[in-house]
Ligand binder design. Structure first.
Ligand SMILES: *[C@@H]1O[C@H](CO)[C@@H](O)[C@H](O)[C@H]1NC(C)=O
Ligand SMILES: *[C@@H]1O[C@H](CO)[C@@H](O)[C@H](O)[C@H]1NC(C)=O
Ligand SMILES: *[C@@H]1O[C@H](CO)[C@@H](O)[C@H](O)[C@H]1NC(C)=O
Ligand SMILES: *[C@@H]1O[C@H](CO)[C@@H](O)[C@H](O)[C@H]1NC(C)=O
Length: 430
């Protein structure tokens, strides 16, 4: 036998050498890995490297769904609802320089072209007459064209929605470019809508070209939309998956607050409406998107408006990490200031007439105000249409008895225990 020939001393010393070599190799690999991590990633800590891990201090589990080291650009669609706090969410997420953010690019398609049966003018110079295009195809193509910066497949009105384009940092630079390029000194930015030059000049128009280069240079492209249902995410992803990743952030808010916010706005504009229709519409969308979520392949992070306004720092960090973006103290402070101190001086969209909370001292105060500001009948109507949504997302059903206490309390955001059967005690739905 080989071993007996070798002799026991030689055998042991060979093992020692082998062991030492193994130890050296392992140590070297570990040191090299740590150095590599330090060199390649001087901003973030080890937890980024391992993908899914726990961030010690606050105990939050940060789940990464994407590889932060790929060069692939990433698309993020904010699936949101009118009066749901979506402007605030978008404003927080667009603070990173890596982001190209666009605010409601489908509005002209739905509110004007489709409704008023106007032709669709494409950036490639073609025109589609009403009835010759499919609304959902144009919708999908719009998302695709923005996420991939393929502006040639977009409809021209995307570049002429100057009011909404002002709400994205980079799209605002485009509005300013158009304004400098085409408006005389006497005209104001507000007068731009009468201008149609961007379409006529097409893709070679200098401001459009500059916007496109800003898009291409941004690794993360974010679309805020109240018009894109969850079931469209997979079809959108299908078209773009060879060149980029796609993720969804789904923003949920208590539908009673959503309807209250809508009714506050109607009053401002002197429109009298009752809550049935908005409750029905809101909760239909919320519910359909909620039950669709587990069945799609695009990853979805569900966030709650109430959590964001309560813990803006924690929520901001969680969302940034989910998307795979670096965050800074400046970004986190901005989110906190926006939500708690309500310094809106840098947030253009927050100051608009239709942001009814703009005069609010602290956005936390919007939680639970519906308990005082809606009538009992209104609350019961909304709860009737929103029962499943409320229950699924952990919002408590409100009953008549609690109201006595709610109105007498300064803080309406109480966590009173509610019997789910209380729904049976509510007044009948109109
Ligand atoms: C322009 O774009 C539209 C929509 O993508 C398409 O239907 C049309 O065929 C294109 N026209 C040309 C000339 O490429
Ligand atoms: C609801 O979601 C499903 C997919 O889960 C979709 O097929 C359906 O069209 C949606 N309904 C409406 C009316 O949006
Ligand atoms: C609000 O923020 C702006 C810009 O960040 C700053 O210049 C201003 O002093 C702030 N205002 C208040 C009242 O804190
Ligand atoms: C109202 O508040 C009082 C004291 O805080 C409590 O004892 C009572 O149970 C409350 N009533 C309801 C209906 O929640």
């Amino acid at each position: 036998m080989v071993r007996s020939k070798m002799g026991i001393t030689t055998y042991i010393s060979r093992i020692k050498v082998r062991r030492a070599f193994l130890l050296f190799t392992v140590t070297f690999s570990i040191v090299a890995t740590i150095l590599w991590i330090k060199i390649t990633n001087n901003k973030t800590s080890l937890d980024f490297f391992y993908g899914t891990t726990i961030d010690g201090e606050d105990g939050i589990i940060y789940k990464h769904t994407k590889n932060l080291y790929t060069d692939k650009p990433s698309g993020v669609i904010l699936v949101t609802y009118r009066r749901g706090g979506s402007s605030m969410l978008g404003e927080i997420l667009q603070q990173s320089d890596d982001v190209f953010y666009i605010y409601e690019p489908l509005r002209p398609l739905y509110n004007r072209l489709y409704r008023l049966k106007q032709p669709v003018r494409w950036m490639n110079g073609s025109i589609s007459a009403p009835g010759t295009y499919s609304l959902s195809e144009v919708h999908k193509q719009t998302m695709d064209g923005i996420l991939t910066c393929r502006f040639s497949i977009l409809y021209a009105d995307v570049f002429e929605e100057f009011q909404f384009l002002k709400y994205g940092k980079k799209t605002r630079a485009y509005v300013e470019c158009v304004s400098n390029m085409y408006l005389s000194r006497h005209d104001k930015l507000q007068d731009i809508p009468s201008l149609q030059k961007s379409f006529k000049a097409g893709l070679n128009e200098p401001c459009v070209m500059h916007l496109r280069s800003m898009c291409l240079n941004s690794k993360i492209r974010i679309i805020k939309t109240v018009r894109t249902p969850m079931y469209m995410m997979d079809p959108i992803y299908e078209n773009i998956k060879s060149i980029m990743d796609l993720q969804v952030i789904h923003l949920i808010r208590d539908p009673r607050s959503i309807v209250l916010s809508a009714s506050v706005m109607w009053k401002r504009f002197n429109v009298v409406k009752e809550v049935t229709k908005p409750a029905q519409a809101t909760c239909f969308m919320l519910w359909n998107d909620t039950i669709t979520t587990p069945h799609i392949s695009v990853p979805v992070m569900t966030v709650y408006y109430e959590d964001i306004v309560t813990n803006p720092v924690k929520e901001t960090i969680q969302m940034y990490r989910y998307v795979g973006m670096d965050w800074s103290n400046t970004i986190v402070d901005y989110a906190k200031t926006l939500v708690h101190n309500r310094n809106l001086s840098d947030c253009l969209v927050c100051k608009t007439e239709w942001h009814s909370s703009k005069n609010l001292a602290d956005a936390r105060n919007t939680i639970g105000t519906w308990k005082k500001d809606l009538t009992l009948k209104e609350i019961s109507t909304i709860q009737f249409y929103c029962f499943k949504t409320l229950a699924y997302h952990g919002y408590q059903i409100f009953n008549q008895l609690q109201r006595v206490n709610a109105s007498s309390k300064a803080n309406t955001n109480d966590e009173s225990v509610v019997n789910i059967n209380a729904i049976n005690e509510l007044p009948p739905v109109p």
